[in-house]
Design a protein around this ligand. Structure first.
Ligand code: ZN
Length: 236
């Protein structure tokens, strides 16, 4: 198969924080392409956590992680924003040279949704710097955004195709834990968000079969995280 010059060559996994009570990792990802683009997926927790916040804890943050790869915030060309929760969009504003890519549905919902008010200074960037996408979108050859609403409206997962490893699916919060990656219907009592989450789970299970995904990385799965390569190591 011919590899496109601008196709992904490397995927780095970076843990930038933790939910200490359950040792749940807060993570970001970096994709590097053959033509030297740096594409960050999410940015982790805000530097200053709200007073009294005990649920989350910063670790080696995204800047330290990038610095260890010899990258500065200005080197990031694109920030794929999976959604605007505080553990995913907390440092977006630092990437002043980047274009942000987010689902239109999520961006529009966030404007009036109090859930995303605390990260607003991070994600509410000048409109010309935000690329709004509608549904499943191929960003580059080998890098696709997969709309997976449920956790929040317009959440997106990411499919990365690498030369050696093949297809890797980053579920993000559509499927935070591996145990939830099943076709079993949830016992949700008719909760519409749970129904949407289930539909997105099925969508991703189908995608794994169709695209022959060899590695599915769940959003916050500590047991799996321990088994994965982390930066400065990478998947290629
Ligand atoms: Zn999350």
């Amino acid at each position: 198969m011919m590899m496109s010059q601008n196709a992904p060559r490397r995927l780095y996994l970076m843990q930038v924080g933790v939910m200490p009570e359950y040792q749940i990792p807060i993570v970001c990802y970096l994709v590097q392409t053959g033509d030297g683009q740096n594409i960050l997926i999410d940015s982790g927790l805000p530097e200053i956590l709200p007073e009294g916040e005990t649920e989350f804890e910063n670790g080696r943050d995204v800047f330290e992680q990038l610095a260890s790869l010899d990258l500065r915030p200005g080197d990031i060309d694109t920030v794929i924003s999976t959604h605007y929760d505080g553990d995913h969009a907390g440092r977006h504003a630092a990437f002043t040279q980047a274009q942000y890519v987010v689902q239109r549905r999520h961006h529009l919902d966030a404007a009036s949704n109090p859930r995303f008010a605390c990260t607003r200074p991070q994600w509410d960037q000048p409109r010309e710097r935000i690329r709004l996408v509608d549904g499943d979108t191929e960003l580059l050859p080998g890098l696709a955004l997969i709309e997976t609403s449920g956790h929040v409206p317009g959440h997106q997962s990411v499919l990365v195709r690498l030369p050696q490893t093949g297809a890797i699916l980053l579920t993000i919060d559509a499927v935070p834990f591996g145990e939830g990656f099943t076709r079993d219907a949830p016992d949700d009592g008719g909760d519409p968000d749970a129904a949407a989450t289930h539909a997105s789970t099925i969508k991703l299970l189908d995608l794994v079969e169709r695209e022959q995904v060899g590695l599915v990385i769940f959003g916050h799965d500590q047991a799996q995280w321990e088994t994965l390569k982390k930066a400065p190591e990478y998947y290629e």
